[in-house]
Design a binder for this molecule. Structure first.
Ligand SMILES: CC(C)(COP(=O)(O)OP(=O)(O)OC[C@H]1O[C@@H](n2cnc3c(N)ncnc32)[C@H](O)[C@@H]1OP(=O)(O)O)[C@@H](O)C(=O)NCCC(=O)NCCS
Length: 183
């Protein structure tokens, strides 16, 4: 989806641009996926599970950019990718096509500067404009920072998926389900 870029001022005074992700960031996105999945346990992938070729990543980003129902937002600070977020429909069937799902991750060096808040607010605003009625998400139960942020952005806890994830160290972790009603 194409949408207008937005400039925000971060808590450290720097400027951040929120704009549609696009194939020009394919190389940076592969690096981003590898590094962010190593910096936190709270993302679904492990770094060795990031196996996209540059060509495939370009294709994915082009597809998302051309899709009027897909939001893929990149945050740029000092000309570099600081983070990425998305809201995508969960399925085409009539009974579920009112719902979309949110994901977001920033490089650790950009945590706590206000980027997450600004991205989620902007992405949910765009989701409402597209016509989604509800945005869902799942968050690892121990991910306090993300849960606080989601609550501040108007998301409400609606359940818990028991033992949803198993980490490489063998420990099991629940996911908290959250949603935001856009109607
Ligand atoms: C979760 C994440 C996206 C949050 O983004 P962020 O840019 O660091 O969050 P913000 O700086 O916008 O902070 C949002 C709010 O949470 C508060 N907050 C942030 N960290 C906090 C903490 N550790 N404890 C309490 N409150 C905290 C901030 O005060 C802020 O509130 P405010 O807007 O009223 O000042 C980011 O930390 C991240 O990418 N984490 C790793 C990946 C991840 O966990 N993704 C989510 C998977 S479900």
């Amino acid at each position: 989806m194409r949408f207008a870029g937005k400039e925000i001022v971060l808590k450290d005074g720097r400027t951040c641009i929120l704009k549609p992700n696009s194939p020009e960031y394919a190389e940076e996105m592969i690096e981003y996926l590898k590094v962010t999945s190593a910096e936190t346990e709270y993302l679904l992938r492990y770094p060795d599970e990031v196996n996209f070729t540059l060509e495939k990543e370009r294709e994915i980003l082009q597809g998302l950019s051309d899709n009027p129902y897909a939001i893929m937002m990149v945050a740029i600070v000092d000309g570099k990718v600081a983070g990425n977020g998305s809201i995508n429909g969960i399925g085409d069937k009539r009974k579920i096509r009112h719902r979309a799902s949110l994901a977001i991750a920033l490089y650790k060096e950009y945590w706590g500067l206000g980027i997450g808040r600004a991205m989620i607010d902007y992405m949910t605003e765009l989701a409402g404009q597209i016509g989604w009625k509800q945005v869902d998400l799942e968050v690892v139960a121990e991910n306090e920072r993300a849960k606080i942020l989601y609550e501040k952005c108007g998301f409400v806890e609606s359940g818990r998926r028991h033992n949803a994830l198993v980490f490489d160290d063998g420990t099991y972790h629940d996911e908290i389900l959250m949603y935001k009603d856009l109607r």
